[in-house]
Design a protein around this ligand. Structure first.
Ligand SMILES: [Fe+2]
Ligand SMILES: [Fe+2]
Length: 163
């Protein structure tokens, strides 16, 4: 009979998934910042790169709280989302639509992170890992704020273009 798997196993697997994703995002954000045309969008990507370094560190603390080694596991979802973003940079380079495309790609990343951290925080609470839940909540808050900032930049971008 297959070995019984627990919610803690699922939590640990999902932690590896987002750990892989965060490190991939960390490598991608400088490319997004370089590609962005608007100074505000550039600044937003640079700011979020700093926050993302903190997300990686918080995940390392969560692994440590579980007595596990920090380890990533290939996340196909983030690979796909990031490849699509790179495609946009390629195909819309030097066009007026580039920033809109970068914002949409970045929001896809943030939404992925929001769904993962929302789930992980809930599971941490259910597993009685209060310290881990607090760390995950702190990151979730920054992902949501970044998503909102991107929405504001998207509106500003559209208004500027229309002017
Ligand atoms: Fe993150
Ligand atoms: Fe993020």
């Amino acid at each position: 009979m297959a070995k019984e798997k627990t919610l803690e196993d699922l939590f640990h697997d999902t932690l590896k998934d987002i750990y892989y994703a965060e490190r991939k995002i960390l490598k991608t954000l400088p490319k997004m910042a370089r590609a962005a045309q608007s100074p505000d969008l550039k600044a937003a990507f640079e700011k979020h790169k700093g926050e993302t370094e903190g997300h990686v560190e918080r995940l390392q603390q969560v692994f440590e709280l579980m007595g596990k080694r920090a380890q990533g596991k290939t996340c196909d979802a983030i690979e796909g989302i990031i490849s699509e973003g790179e495609e946009i940079i390629e195909e819309f380079k030097d066009t007026a639509a580039l920033d809109a495309g970068l914002i949409s790609a970045a929001q896809a990343v943030e939404h992925y992170e929001i769904t993962r951290y929302g789930t992980l925080r809930r599971w941490a609470s259910e597993l009685g890992l209060a310290d881990a839940a607090r760390l995950l909540e702190a990151t979730l808050k920054e992902e949501k704020e970044t998503d909102q900032l991107l929405t504001r930049l998207a509106s500003a971008n559209v208004n500027k273009k229309a002017a």
